[in-house]
Design a protein around this ligand. Sequence first.
Ligand code: ADP
Ligand code: MG
Length: 216
Amino acid sequence: MIKANKQAAGLIVFEGVDGAGKGVQSRALHKAMLAAGYPVILTREPGGSVSAEAIRKLIVEGDTERWDSISELLLIYAARRSHLQETIFPNLEQGTWVISDRFADSSRAFQGVAGGLGLELVEQVHEIVVGQFKPLLTLVLDIDPTLSLQRAEQRGDSEDRFEQKGLQYQQRVREGFLQIVKDSEQTHSLIDASQSIDRVQASIKEVVSQRLGFEL
Ligand code: ADP
Ligand code: MG
C-alpha cells in the first residue's frame, strides 16, 4: 500500500554531534515511514552517492590534521553536490521522501562554528553548490558531548576523525547546532537525545507527525 502524500515529498534531515544517535534514529524513522506506506529512502552525508561515498572515506577517516577546515568544507560540498544530483533530487522528483543522516547544517556547525570558518563563508560555498534548496524538516539530536563521545567510542569503527578532534571541538559543534535551531524554529526541531533509544524515537515520531502531517 502506498499512501498519497499530503504534500510533495521533501528532505528530512537528522543532525547532531557524533554519537548522538542519528544512525539509529534515522533507520527507525525510515522503517516507520515504510511501514506506514510512505515512499522513502534513507541516505547519509558525507556520502549518499557512489562518488560522494568515495569522498566520505577521505573526510571521516585518518589523522585529524589530515585536512584543515576549509579543505574539509570543500570536500564535503563536492560530495554534497553529487549526493543532491545523483540521489536527493531524482528521488524527490519521483515523489519519494528522502531521510538524510546529516546535511548542510553539519557544515555550518562543524566547519563554520567548531572549525572557526564562520557561518558567512559556509553560506558563500553553500550558495554556489546548493542554491536555494532546503530540507523540509531538520531534527537536531541534542546531547552533552561527554555522553555522546562515550557512545561513539563504544561503536568502535574507523570513521572517528571528528570524534578524535576531542570534547571541546564537539562542544562547539553542539553550540553551533543550538544556535542554528534557535534561528530557524519553523524548519528545525530540537530533540533531547540523552534519553533511551525508544523515548527518543517516540519524540521524533511525534514531531514528524505534527510538522509533516504523517500518520506513523
Ligand atoms: P551517530 O550516528 O549520531 O553518530 P549512532 O546512531 O551511530 O550515532 O549511535 C552511536 C552509538 O550509541 C551506537 O552504538 C548506538 O547503538 C548507541 N545509541 C544511540 N542512541 C542511544 C541512546 N538513546 N541511548 C543509548 N545508546 C544509544
Ligand atoms: Mg552516524
